[in-house]
Design a protein around this ligand. Structure first.
Ligand code: M6R
Length: 366
């Protein structure tokens, strides 16, 4: 049942090219190079009126939501707030007639996410779910559902659910941009072209895991590890850090790189590993300055850059190069070596990758 892999997590990591292909499936019109979402019950006119979005979820699904926020705001100019469900359910959210709520849940059964959805349903706000499980509570109770079609995810650590949620959010953002007219047809077509190349790029990252394995093994005696990044790279850092904590029990923090010097930099000393994500061209120089700051305090830095950006090698100890894609799509590639990093770190420590202590796959109690 593990398909020849030693754990469900590794199997599911390797299923991502296919999972992402399934997510895109019939939702991309290859001739017109645009997105179609036939499953939406609401009209395009209704969708176009939404001018405010809340994204509510827990854990890894919330991290997918953070990527979604930046993408939706960039492509549609609709302001998005992302909230963890356990907080949101007890808030007094400001809903207007034009507010859309998106809940994201792989299982569709997470107690806090479901409660947040039910609270919202007591008002008139429209709720759209992004979930992997057909027939789940979230799928049944939301007004609209976009299924991620990633296939069953068994390992506690979520991997293919995240990438398929992120792809679903790209598709939704493009569709919203089409409906609102905030992207030109040629711009949508360009993203669609790049999206279609993503599965093959994930495959190439999976085939080339030696460097990340080596880095993970070198963290064996390490107590603490930091992830730094800006904008979308920060959103992915949070996911890399959660994954590492969850299955390798190494303390780690994800930090917006520019915020380090407001306190956390005090923790950087000789040989502290820092994973520095530098995939975003508009803030690349700023990232390099932050890397120089941690290097000056003795950090051992694993950098991530887009292929061709060999310049980063001068500032870090090692670099992982990602196949080039549009900056907005980088998260879906960046996360792959980060998943592998946590997997290899867990294996190196002799831990049970699929069943981390204290955690359950589906958190159905508050
Ligand atoms: O099923 P859900 O997407 O609602 O689950 C949310 C979180 O419990 C889940 O993503 C959790 O953070 C994972 N174990 C992370 O790998």
């Amino acid at each position: 049942e593990k398909g020849g892999y030693d754990s469900f997590m590794l199997k599911e990591i390797h299923e991502q090219p296919q999972a992402v292909r399934e997510t895109m499936g019939a939702r991309i019109d290859l001739e017109q190079k645009r997105v179609i979402l036939p499953e939406l019950k609401m009209s395009d006119a209704e969708l176009a009126k939404y001018d405010r979005i809340y994204i509510v979820a827990c854990g890894t699904s919330m991290h997918a939501g953070l990527v979604g926020k930046d993408v939706i705001e960039k492509w549609t100019r609709v302001p998005v707030e992302v909230a963890v469900a356990s907080e949101f359910r007890y808030r007094d959210p400001i809903y207007t007639d034009n507010t859309l709520m998106i809940v994201i849940s792989q299982s569709g059964e997470t107690a806090d996410t479901l409660a947040a959805l039910r609270e919202a349903k007591k008002t008139n706000v429209k709720v759209m779910a992004i979930t992997n499980v057909v027939g789940s509570s979230v799928a049944r109770e939301a007004d609209e559902v976009l299924f991620t079609w990633a296939g069953p995810e068994v390992a506690v650590a979520s991997t293919k659910a995240y990438t398929s949620q992120v792809v679903t959010l790209y598709l939704f953002s493009l569709y919203l941009a089409q409906v609102k007219g905030t992207l030109k047809a040629a711009e949508v077509a360009e993203v669609v072209d790049h999206l279609q190349d993503i599965p093959a790029k994930i495959t190439s990252l999976l085939e080339d895991a030696e460097q990340v394995r080596h880095f993970a093994e070198s963290t064996k005696g390490v107590n603490s590890l930091f992830f730094i990044g800006r904008s979308l790279d920060y959103a992915v850092s949070l996911e890399g850090s959660l994954k590492l904590k969850e299955i390798s029990y190494i303390h780690s923090e994800a930090y917006p790189a520019g915020e380090l010097k407001h306190g956390t930099l005090a923790l950087i000393e000789d040989n502290v590993p820092v994973v520095a994500l530098a995939t975003q061209p508009d803030i690349y120089e700023k990232m390099v300055s932050n890397i120089v700051e941690v290097k000056a305090r003795g950090a051992r830095v694993l950098g991530f850059a887009m292929e061709g950006n060999t310049d980063l090698a001068k500032s870090v100890d090692e670099v992982i190069y990602l196949p080039t894609t549009l900056p907005m799509l980088a998260p879906i590639l960046t996360v792959i070596p980060l998943q592998l990093l946590s997997y290899f770190a867990s294996v190196a420590r002799g831990l049970d990758v699929d069943k981390p202590r204290n955690l359950a796959k589906s958190v159905t109690v508050e």
